[in-house]
Design a protein around this ligand. Structure first.
Ligand code: ADP
Ligand code: MG
Length: 406
């Protein structure tokens, strides 16, 4: 990532101008109740900045995975209400994205006011693989703000997607990254370009195959790689250990062996658990037992790293100056199997340097285990986007912002 994209300051005077903002408001809902409003809260500062500068702010966002047509359960209406509460001001809501409701809602905005458009993924053009279809929908979005308008990209969770409201529309309007995207990009740079050392990476979560690219790229950058969670059993098996009924990706055994060998050859320290919390079945009330990592019973499933491992992981993080953590150490959703994740989270809060939590479930774990978000250097709002960046991939939604402003 060479030149940094323009920021909101580069857009010049905003008073009275319509600004289309791509935010990430994709929150978990239970009916129309938001169960974790983290992403809405993370979107507020940029919207407030634009509003304070007198812009007429039009928020475009998605919720869930509708199939290019309206579906009531994916309406952004509850999210618009929550956004209004957080902004402390009324937020207008358009019941379509670029139709009559959107046009009249936008026409009704005064300087500094904010509107939210209905779920952008109700429109097939948003995620179409057909460039022409996407471009046509992007034209509709751009038309809402008119020739004097601007586009602000602030939905970090979607910048790895080549979609109309993320990528194509940026080519049609003067554009900038919002404060959230700017902060995320800054942190990712610090994790990849000249990180402060020791640099430790902690990986967990359910699948090795999700994280192969990251391991591959960071093996050349990190000093220590700590592995826990469901993915660790493929590594333990690759070392020849019995893993019982734990998560296992047989087809990744060779890759894991190759990573272990490469780490050894390049002097990267790999830290694997020496003990594991196992249970007879995957359930919240299954009785937990701690066993050595090289002696797991064949009829038990590994659901967390053990207490000795939790201590060793914390020790391996204690003197680090840069830590990136993605993926819970165990099934933290079940109280009996949350201790490993809690220990790693606690260790991150005590680091003298940059601590970054990436990944939707990891961020949720930090919050549900009761940690203050402010005890971490950064909690990323975009799991997939952070991982793709750390794999060394180009993020289309960031890359497009470096293009010349039309
Ligand atoms: P993130 O969203 O932070 O990137 P993942 O989606 O990769 O994380 O993984 C999160 C999930 O991994 C959690 O729901 C957690 O319960 C699960 N998990 C962690 N350890 C294990 C394990 N030992 N067995 C099964 N699932 C696990
Ligand atoms: Mg996840």
């Amino acid at each position: 990532m060479a030149a940094a994209p323009p920021t909101i300051d580069d857009l010049g005077e905003l008073r009275g101008r319509r600004v289309l903002v791509r935010s990430d408001l994709n929150v978990p809902l239970d009916g129309d109740r938001i169960t974790d409003d983290g992403r809405v809260r993370a979107s507020v500062p940029t919207l407030r900045t634009l509003s304070e500068r007198g812009a007429r702010v039009i928020v475009v966002a998605h919720l869930g995975r509708p199939k290019g047509a309206p579906e009531a359960k994916y309406s952004l209406a509850p999210v618009a209400r929550r956004l209004g509460e957080l902004l402390g001001d009324e937020v207008a809501f358009a019941t379509d994205t670029t139709g009559d409701s959107a046009r009249s809602t936008v026409d009704g905005l005064g300087d500094g006011q904010v509107a939210v458009l209905e779920n952008v993924r109700f429109n097939p053009g948003e995620t179409s693989k057909d460039e022409g279809e996407r471009a046509a929908f992007a034209e509709e979005l751009a038309a809402l703000v008119g020739p004097d308008g601007a586009f602000v990209s602030d939905g970090f969770g979607v910048v790895h997607r080549k979609q109309a409201s993320v990528y194509d529309v940026a080519q049609l309007l003067p554009h900038a990254m919002g404060g959230l995207v700017a902060a995320e990009v800054d942190v990712l740079r610090r994790l990849t370009e000249d990180p402060q050392r020791p640099y430790a990476v902690v990986l967990g979560g359910s699948k090795v195959s999700d994280k192969l690219g990251v391991i591959d790229n960071l093996l050349g950058k990190a000093d220590r790689l700590l592995i826990g969670g469901g993915m660790v059993f493929t590594f333990l098996k690759a070392q020849g250990h019995e893993v019982g009924t734990s998560l296992l990706e047989e087809d990744q055994l060779d890759t894991c062996r190759e990573y272990l060998a490469r780490a050894e050859a390049s002097g990267v320290q790999i830290v694997l658990p020496t003990d594991v919390v196992v249970a007879p079945r995957f359930a919240a009330d299954a009785p937990p037992t701690v066993v050595p990592a090289d002696a797991m019973p064949s009829d038990q499933i590994g659901l967390d790293i053990g207490p000795d491992s939790a201590k060793a992981f914390a020790a391996a993080l204690a003197d680090a100056r840069t830590v990136f953590w993605n993926g819970p150490m165990g099934v933290f959703e079940f109280a009996s199997f949350a201790a490993g994740t809690r220990a790693v989270a606690q260790a991150l809060t005590e680091i003298d340097g940059l601590s970054v939590v990436g990944g939707g479930d990891s961020a949720a774990a930090v919050r549900t285990l009761g940690f203050e978000e402010s005890s971490f250097g950064h909690i990323s709002t975009g799991g997939g986007a952070s991982l793709e960046y750390l794999e060394g991939k180009v993020l289309p939604g960031i890359d497009v912002l470096k293009g010349t402003n039309p």
